[in-house]
Design a protein around this ligand. Structure first.
Ligand code: SF4
Length: 160
């Protein structure tokens, strides 16, 4: 079977809400947009969850300022280095990276507004390699119980 050579990069918890701070989970497992990736046959590069790696599943909510230490930034940077190597290999082999989807208002994975620490490190490394990727964010009120057609339309548009 032919592969379609399209990939999307996603924050870890888009596919695994078990990784989020306990009371903040918004789905039992993946967010419903995971079904769009499946339906469109787009491969998924799942980023690691830096907060989970740093403080585990019983951590409490913390602000960006509280996370913003040299140690945490190093962790974020080091987590992305092997992934950017994969991205470069895909791009040079003619694959299309359709975008990166983060989590709005996360101290680690937010992209717009007050950018999260992991995304700051990710976009710094991407820019250094002159790789420019479109992005989207999961809105703060999106959940498996919400009917968020606008956001799902944006995901569809990004993947086309
Ligand atoms: S937003 Fe980022 S750091 Fe927070 S749970 Fe999701 S993947 Fe982990």
């Amino acid at each position: 079977m032919d592969r379609n050579k399209k990939l999307i990069i996603v924050s870890h918890c888009i596919l695994n809400q078990n990784s989020v701070v306990a009371p903040l989970a918004r789905a039992k497992g993946p967010f419903p947009i995971a079904k769009i990736f499946l339906d469109m046959g787009v491969g998924v590069l799942q980023l690691p969850c830096p907060e989970f790696k740093f403080l585990g599943p019983t951590r409490v909510p913390m602000s960006k300022e509280e996370y913003d230490t040299k140690e945490y930034r190093e962790l974020c940077k080091n987590l992305f280095i092997p992934i950017i190597e994969d991205i470069k290999k895909y791009i040079s082999a003619g694959y299309e990276i359709k975008g990166i989807i983060g989590i709005n208002e996360s101290p680690t994975c937010s992209i717009t507004g007050n950018r999260g620490i992991f995304m700051e490190e990710i976009f710094k490394l991407l820019e250094k390699e002159e790789i420019f990727i479109d992005y989207l964010e999961v809105p703060t009120d999106y959940s498996e119980d919400s009917n968020y057609i606008d956001f799902e339309q944006q995901v569809l548009k990004l993947l086309k």
